[in-house]
Design a binder for this molecule. Sequence first.
Ligand SMILES: Cc1cc2nc3c(=O)[nH]c(=O)nc-3n(C[C@H](O)[C@H](O)[C@H](O)COP(=O)(O)OP(=O)(O)OC[C@H]3O[C@@H](n4cnc5c(N)ncnc54)[C@H](O)[C@@H]3O)c2cc1C
Length: 386
Amino acid sequence: MNTKFASYRSPWDSEELESFRASVRRFFETEVVPHAEKWEQQQYVDRSVWKKAGELGMLCVSVPEEDGGHGGSFLHEAVIIEEQVRAGDTSFGVVLANMGVPIFLHAATPEQRRHWIPRLTSGESVFAFALSEPGAGSDAKAIRTTARRDGDDYVLDGSKTFISNGYNGDVVLVAARTSNHEDPSKGISLFIVDTNGLAGYSVGRILKKVGQKGQDTAELFFDNVRVPAANLVGGEEGRGFVQLMNGLRTERVVLGLIGVAAAERAISLTTDHVKARKVFGKTLWDLQNTRFKLAEAQTQTYVARLFIDHCIQLVMEDRLERTHAAMCKWWNTELQNKVIDECLQLHGGYGYMVEYPIARMWTDARIQRIYGGATEIQKEIIARAM
Ligand SMILES: Cc1cc2nc3c(=O)[nH]c(=O)nc-3n(C[C@H](O)[C@H](O)[C@H](O)COP(=O)(O)OP(=O)(O)OC[C@H]3O[C@@H](n4cnc5c(N)ncnc54)[C@H](O)[C@@H]3O)c2cc1C
């Protein structure tokens, strides 16, 4: 299935990436897709898949080798994203981990990088990023989890919710309040926490979601949790909010790319379906409405593809601004939802059956407009710079 428009090839694609793509595709086909149903039922992926992804070099792929990663680039991340979407998988949190690690990477000291990254690269540990709380989602500055200095430790208290990889994750990047600075953003710091056997730490329910059912989104609790002061990321208090904002830029391009790739896949699946499905003695494709709807979706998605490839280029050249990232996130994820909804309509009742991929894509897509900063937040960011 060629999901990109006609013979279009992203300008960033290359021979080297094509061979990486082939091995990533094989990985999803053999190690992920066959387990989809089991993982959806248990609401988390088997831990062994992380090890296998590590062996294949898919984890921390864009982290420099001197920090313990594979020394690839954001283009390798882009390939993994496109292949995961192509495989129809939303359970395995590899992209979530790979896009969260850079937040840590850019903020950490060289010693911290060398200490924490290798185990994430091998898949021995699983990364999670814990910012959101019951009272602080869009308004991230309102977090209430605290980290109090006590001798050589910090003591963490509070709770986090909606944390991706929350059940499997054992290296957790936690945002916590280290002071009541009058500017709330200046009171936030990041901590890197090894949760294995950690006293006072617990994982709550794996949350039941309308989509992305095999992804272990969970609540995390910190009750008098002691972590060494050396785990304060970057070694300086009060820098957490700035560190986060820098990292979230690339995350938004990742979410935008998921959006475009999903729209492309939906169009491809739907074109096949309508050309085969007969109604009133002819195929659905023979109806002008069907062709027009798909032609509109194809055009809009092609425009989005050009835009996302531009954003990827900006990431590569280190020229991506906050507003680019915001536009990329809201536009492409809204488009994803619109296109998939039209595609489901063209599937009729079959589109509402979970054994049809379009049904799953429809439920999986909805959160894209909310997490990583809701559409409205992205528009605020864009407007603020105008
Ligand atoms: C499946 C899933 C995975 C997630 N993974 C993670 C994770 O790994 N780590 C993590 O830290 N968090 C994660 N989140 C949390 C996610 O980032 C938040 O849900 C998101 O930021 C929105 O916050 P909220 O849910 O508290 O909604 P609220 O902040 O209550 O906002 C509700 C709605 O109000 C509107 N709104 C909010 N603010 C404004 C505004 N200023 N102007 C106009 N409208 C506004 C928007 O429409 C928004 O959707 C995840 C969430 C889900 C559901």
